[in-house]
Ligand binder design. Structure first.
Ligand SMILES: O=C(O)c1ccc(O)c(O)c1
Ligand SMILES: [Mg+2]
Length: 628
């Protein structure tokens, strides 16, 4: 399968775009005329430069306002087309996109347009050029691929075909299965884009908000399934107009594009098993069945403080690495590692971010398959020399350069804890923390789509819609992601300004990936009491909050009083109830949440987030105040 991307999709000048597109693994481009015009090279130079990057020009675009014009305007449109055919021959491409007309003088009429294309087909054939016709969702007379197809059908010329674009079809809510009626050899090219579901003017939505397949809300997989069912086997190309991507890092955007395309085609292959497709056989999306460990990089006094915090939280040191300054702490099914090695990966993570979560371990069915899928999706691999007796755990790079390890029950990986850690006698009764519920990752807002895609393309996860969390000093975008098993959850938080708590964390830690860790108990009140006995400093919550709870919910007065005493926050959904307590900050500016989900509550206490953030900021300000 030829993978392609339109040059408009990434930022930079044409040469920077080509670098990024080639590096991401694409085999072809759609060259946007503007990108070409802005370049200093002659058409021949540009064609050569593209090919020197190992790329093919699969399409030249767009040619606007061609069909249905009267008299002199019509003649002029044909002249213009001839000029562009000259240019295409110099560039070295044989396919051009004509988009449906928005010209104020265009007359409309299916047969008129078909005649224009039949004549154009004759002219194109003389040059060995093919013309694809695309219905823009806002075209004056033609704005539906079914009408564009009717024009192509009536033009009845081998050099005239159809171009379908998922945005124009799905954005107009046209059933993509209508594409199944079109012969595959009359579809000359396929453009893909997703978009978030927002009610707005189609043209504006298309030009500013498209995103990569899987990043938005459109049924791009259904669209592509319909396309492959026709027998189409030409290039599959991303055409993404997006303001954020235009100012983003071209390499990241191109990499995400490639990832989204591989992921999409893999989905299509699995959903249309009867259709033969020249695609590599990837392992399926990975089911994460739990968080195996969370590893902190720390050192010296910071590490001492972290150990104290873990003790207060009811953790006990249960293992010491046989060869390294690495300790294992446990409670329930939770494993926390404190890594004080000065030189290897944790050492450099500490030097960069201070105390931080540098690694995560995830339980999966097959660690080897997980890495195979990750590689095919263009994930960044990682390796460092192993020490004597150390087990080589499959690993890739995750958010902020942190590491994601994969563990399974294979003979090689299952014995990792007993092999690498010498047991330490300890009282492991704890305070009732049972498992990691979720980890909250913080990033810049611009990186959120990228990391959502990272998780949803590799793992079998569903994601909630984005929502805004109100910080007193700005908005933080947030989105929860959950493994289908329900046993692995993360929240992604995108900060737009350094003044928000999430933004300040990101700035102060130079991009540390984890801002908070939430651990679950089966009895929040018992756990909260035990924590208080151990000297746990919970985040103080305002009395106003509890007055408001009393007004919103019918909670027993006694329970409400206990919640207020213990700083327990509350929420409810149509399934069940939710209780949460936050810690004050721990080394590295992180914090811990202790929670209880009752009867299948599925959320994260989102309504409490603004109060929690305000409380954290109030506390930080109080701590900064001179004490005289
Ligand atoms: O926004 C546009 O004008 C435009 C141009 C060419 C395309 O292929 C397209 O989908 C949109
Ligand atoms: Mg298009």
């Amino acid at each position: 399968m030829k993978t392609s991307i339109a040059t408009v999709s990434v930022s930079g000048n044409l040469r920077e775009k080509l670098e990024a597109i080639a590096a991401a693994g694409f085999s072809a481009i759609e060259i946007f005329e503007q990108d070409f015009i802005a370049d200093e090279g002659t058409p021949r130079d540009v064609g050569r430069i593209v090919r020197d990057h190992g790329l093919e020009i699969a399409l030249f675009q767009p040619f606007r306002d061609f069909e249905g014009l009267p008299g002199a305007l019509r003649t002029k449109a044909f002249d213009r087309a001839e000029r562009k055919f000259d240019l295409m021959q110099e560039l070295g491409t044989d396919l051009v996109l004509f988009c449906s007309s928005v010209h104020p003088q265009a007359l409309g009429g299916i047969d008129r347009a078909a005649e224009d294309f039949a004549e154009l087909g004759e002219r194109a054939a003389k040059r060995g050029i093919r013309v694809g016709y695309e219905a823009l969702a806002w075209g004056t007379h033609v704005n539906d691929h079914r009408d564009a197809w009717e024009i192509v059908r009536r033009a009845d010329h081998p050099n005239i075909g159809l171009i379908v674009d998922s945005f124009h079809t799905l954005g107009r809510k046209i059933d993509p299965n209508t594409i199944r009626r079109i012969p595959g050899d009359k579809i000359f090219f396929v453009q893909l884009a997703d978009a978030p579901m927002i009610e707005m003017d189609l043209l504006y939505w298309s030009r500013h908000f498209r995103n990569m397949p899987g990043e938005g809300d459109l049924a791009v997989t259904d669209f592509m399934r319909a396309v492959v069912a026709t027998g189409y086997n030409g290039p599959v190309s991303l055409e993404i107009f997006n303001d954020q991507f235009r100012q983003g890092n071209p390499r990241t955007v191109a990499r995400d594009g490639y990832r989204s395309l591989i992921n999409l085609m893999d989905d299509v292959r699995r959903n249309e098993p009867e259709v033969a497709m020249p695609l590599p056989n990837l392992p399926p999306k990975v089911e994460v069945t739990g968080t195996s460990f969370i590893e902190f990089a720390s050192r010296g006094d910071d590490a001492e403080k972290l150990r104290k915090q873990l003790e207060v939280l009811g953790f006990a040191k249960t293992g010491q690495h046989v060869d390294k300054k690495v300790a294992l702490w446990q409670q329930g099914d939770i494993r926390v590692i404190i890594n004080e090695q000065p030189h290897d990966f944790a050492g450099s993570a500490y030097n960069m971010h201070g105390t931080c979560v540098c690694d995560f371990g995830l339980d999966v069915g097959s660690a080897a398959d997980t890495v195979t899928r990750a590689k095919a999706l263009g994930a960044t691999m990682f390796s460092q020399p192993l020490s004597e007796g150390q087990i080589d755990i499959p690993v890739i790079r995750g958010l902020g350069g942190s590491l994601l390890h994969f563990l399974d029950q294979s003979e090689k990986l299952a014995p990792v804890w007993e092999t690498e850690f010498a047991p330490v006698e300890a009282d492991t009764s704890g305070v009732g923390l049972k498992r990691v519920d979720h980890v909250a990752q913080t990033m810049t807002y611009d990186d959120m789509l990228s990391w959502s895609l990272f998780y949803t393309s590799l793992f079998d996860m569903k994601q909630s819609p984005m929502f805004d969390v109100t910080d007193p000093d700005g908005l933080v975008r947030s989105r929860a992601m959950e493994a289908k098993s329900g046993k692995f959850r993360i929240t992604l938080n995108g900060a737009e300004t350094h003044r928000t708590l999430a933004g300040a964390f990101l700035a102060d830690s130079f991009g540390a990936p984890v801002q908070h860790i939430a651990m679950a108990t089966d009895d929040i009140f018992a756990t909260a009491r035990k924590l208080a006995d151990r000297g746990f400093a919970s985040l103080p919550i305002s009395g106003n909050y509890y007055d408001d709870l009393a007004a919103r919910f019918d909670l027993p007065a006694e329970q409400l009083a206990q919640m207020q005493e213990l700083n327990i926050l509350y929420d409810r959904d149509d399934q069940g109830e939710f209780f949460q307590i936050y810690s004050q900050s721990i080394p590295g500016g992180l914090f811990v949440e202790v929670l209880e989900r009752r009867a299948g509550y599925a959320g994260y206490g989102a309504p409490n987030a603004p109060m929690r953030i305000a409380a954290q900021k109030r506390l930080a300000r109080a701590k900064d105040m001179p004490r005289n």
